[in-house]
Design a protein around this ligand. Structure first.
Ligand code: AP5
Length: 216
């Protein structure tokens, strides 16, 4: 399966991608994670991307497209994937389409997770992430047993720089302007599946699986 997970910041793309990875074994390719690693490692890409990310703006298309090109090549032909956070602009979607068409590997489905705006802000402002293993928590909905410590690996939990309320609002505005038009792009290709992203993560997963059933 080759799937794109689409949705605004906080819609649960990363959460659902991890659940889908556990269930179907698909590679989870998240441009946000790849970029945060590049920033932490101070690579040329990371140094170029850092300021954009801290402001909640998109990293320029050329940089992200080169990064994903390299990552998809490593993934190989036969393995499926879930793309989380890519594409985010029409230019990125067109580049992905060309890349996949050249290899005879079309997308199967695009899942659009829909969540009301205030819920997105609540989710993101309370998110905490493990520095060590990347596990996610929420200060109200999904607390670790000990505050600030990851249940899985004992690593330190931190708040992402772009999860402050002002930056969250900026990211949502960027989504509306640059990424929301992708729903029409994929609807026109018959690939878009709209999924209610509210409720428990396991319920959302069930809805996604119900959408995929019958086609795979
Ligand atoms: P990125 O890391 O992709 O961030 P995002 O798209 O803003 O998405 P998030 O990770 O914030 O949210 P999510 O939908 O994955 O939700 P999650 O599952 O974590 O990008 C960061 C930055 O990198 C961008 O701003 C940009 O600068 C740059 N970038 C990345 N890709 C790019 C690209 N293609 N082009 C250009 N620039 C790019 O869940 C959020 C919280 O909600 C968690 O606390 C979770 O526990 C909780 N939660 C999840 N599901 C539920 C539920 N069902 N009920 C209750 N709580 C839930």
């Amino acid at each position: 399966m080759r799937i794109v997970l689409l949705g605004p910041p906080g819609a649960g793309k990363g959460t659902q991608a991890k659940l889908m990875h556990d269930r179907f074994g698909l590679s989870h390719i998240a441009t946000g994670d790849l970029l945060r690693t590049a920033v932490a490692e101070r690579t040329a890409l990371g140094r170029a991307a850092q300021d954009y990310m801290e402001r909640g703006e998109l990293v320029p298309d050329g940089l992200v497209i080169d990064m994903i090109d390299e990552r998809l090549q490593r993934n190989g032909r036969s393995d499926g994937f879930m793309l989380d956070g890519f594409p985010r602009t029409v230019a990125q979607a067109e580049a992905l389409e060309r890349w996949l068409a050249a290899r005879g590997m079309p997308l199967d489905d695009v899942i659009l997770l829909e969540v009301p705006r205030e819920e997105l802000v609540r989710r993101l402002s309370g998110r905490r992430t493990c520095r060590n293993c990347g596990a996610m928590y929420h200060v109200a909905f999904d607390r670790p047993a000990q505050a600030g410590v990851c249940d899985r690996c004992g690593g330190e939990l931190y708040q992402r720089d772009d999860d402050r309320e002002e930056t969250i609002r900026a990211r949502l505005a960027v989504y509306d302007n640059s990424t929301a038009p992708l729903a029409d792009f994929y609807r026109a290709r018959g690939l878009l599946r709209e999924v209610d992203g509210t409720g428990e993560p396991a319920q959302v997963l069930d809805r996604i699986v119900a959408q995929l059933k019958g086609r795979h």
